[in-house]
Design a protein around this ligand. Structure first.
Ligand code: UD1
Length: 417
């Protein structure tokens, strides 16, 4: 297993370009299956999650070519409608292939999905919404068998604004007859991006970004050439690294409006942040103040994917930060690892009470999941002495060359395979 070895304590300075968003590119790849014409997506990050998604759609009969950050998908030859257990286990996002396979093939057989071990992650909201559209669902032997031959467009209410369920229903309804209205949908920027992408393929969708989306199904979608949005979670993670280590960094090709909740917390803690149209400048020169009370919530609330990096930040901020995880029930696995580095953290249920210490000390720690792993890298960058982060395959699911990004900003971090 690969690991990062970090000699911490250096300030971060310079400029960095932000790559495309994993959480956007994955549903766009699923959407590409809705047409038999070629689809080209630019700004795709090089990540294991993206590789796994490509492997799955190839196994369904699509042909995929990657040229740098561009991925071209030709799915005229789509012939299969089953995602086997082995593949689904590797990627939670295989779940929204259900919507696109159903849209295209009218049938889907999908094994229960995998992904980070950050909680139960059921898919009941997806299935309830599909049955409200009269999709027949039979769950058997770990597989969900869906049949959309009798599907009827309708009004669908999501009991919770699930990102994946919103995407799934958008994908299916885009290419199904009739008007579907989904209420209480997720409002994340990735949903707006999926709407824009599908509309560029000829879909008729409106409302993304609000809590209600209207989809007028069309018979056929066409190919498109699309440039994916920047990764707001990578943006936030790097900003927190600068906040934690100190320094002066410009993040290019990003969108500050996607992380308002994060910018406001970082400003409150004492960082100087200047935003321009596609640029964020962050400066951190003194010990940060505690972040007070932070709770994760659906967009535009504070993102759960940036809860773990914030915990690293709070570990050395002056005072106590109260961090509440409202989205996933098992997303505090990085906290005991931060404690190995000297952090002072007490956990009660889904609430972490973090009393900032002056400095963390390097230690051998283990990345248990994607964002938790990133928080350990941040902690290591700011700690005195050497930190070794093991099991970085989790981190590489969602961060492209995280070590190289920090080296470019002046950190001392190497990857050992
Ligand atoms: C997506 C993101 C993930 C992010 C999450 C919340 C992708 C590939 N992943 O995940 O990085 O952390 O949004 O912003 O875009 N739930 C149910 N039943 C369901 C569906 C969800 O109980 O049918 C629960 C989940 O277990 C979780 C919460 O709802 O506790 C949020 O899940 P959801 O919004 O669906 O997240 P994902 O789409 O899995």
């Amino acid at each position: 297993m690969s690991k990062y070895v970090i000699n911490g304590g250096r300030k971060l300075n310079g400029q960095i370009d932000i790559n495309g968003a994993k959480n956007s590119v994955l549903p766009l790849l699923a959407a590409a299956l809705l047409t038999d014409e070629p689809v080209r997506i630019g700004n795709c990050p090089i990540l294991t999650d993206v590789d796994n998604m490509i492997r799955i759609i190839t196994s369904l009969g699509a042909s995929v070519n990657r040229d740098g950050s561009y991925i071209e998908i030709k799915s005229a030859g789509l012939c299969a409608y089953e995602i086997p257990k082995r593949q689904a286990k590797e990627l939670r996002s295989s779940v929204f292939l259900m919507g696109s396979i159903l849209g295209r093939m009218k049938k889907a057989k999908v094994a229960y999905p995998g992904g980070c071990d950050i909680g139960l992650r059921p898919i009941d909201i997806h299935l309830k919404a599909l049955s409200e559209l009269n999709v027949k669902i039979v769950e058997k032997y770990g597989y969900i068998n869906c049949d959309a031959n009798m599907m009827k467009a309708s009004n669908v209410f999501l009991d919770y604004p699930s990102v994946g369920a919103t995407e799934n229903i958008m994908l299916l309804s885009a290419i199904s007859e009739g008007i579907t209205i989904i209420s209480n949908v997720a409002r994340e920027p990735e949903i707006v991006e999926l709407q824009n992408f599908l509309n560029s393929m000829g879909a008729k969708i409106e409302g993304a970004g609000s809590s209600c989306i209207k989809i007028e199904g069309v018979r056929k979608l066409k190919g498109t050439d699309y440039y994916a949005m920047p990764d707001r979670i990578v943006t936030g993670t790097i900003m927190m690294a600068v906040a934690l280590c100190g320094g002066d960094v410009v993040l290019n090709y990003t969108n500050h409006t996607h992380i308002d909740a994060v910018i406001s917390k970082l400003r409150k803690s004492g960082c100087n942040i200047i935003v321009e149209s596609d640029k964020i400048c962050i400066q951190s020169f003194t010990r940060l103040n505690s972040l007070g009370y932070v709770e994760t919530g659906p967009y535009p609330g504070y993102p759960t994917d940036l809860q773990a990096p914030l915990a690293a930040l709070a570990s050395t901020a002056d005072g106590t930060t109260i961090l509440v995880e409202n989205i996933f029930e098992n997303r505090f696995k990085h906290l005991p690892e931060l404690c190995k580095m000297g952090a002072n953290i007490r956990v009660k249920d889904r609430i972490a009470f973090i009393s900032g210490v002056k400095q963390l000390t390097g230690a051998e720690v283990i990345a248990m999941d994607l964002r938790g792993g990133a928080s350990l890298v941040l902690a290591g960058l700011s700690a005195s002495q050497l930190t070794v982060v093991h099991d970085i395959q989790h981190i590489e699911r969602g961060y492209e060359n995280l070590d190289k990004i920090f080296v470019a900003l002046g950190a001392d971090i190497i990857k050992i395979c």
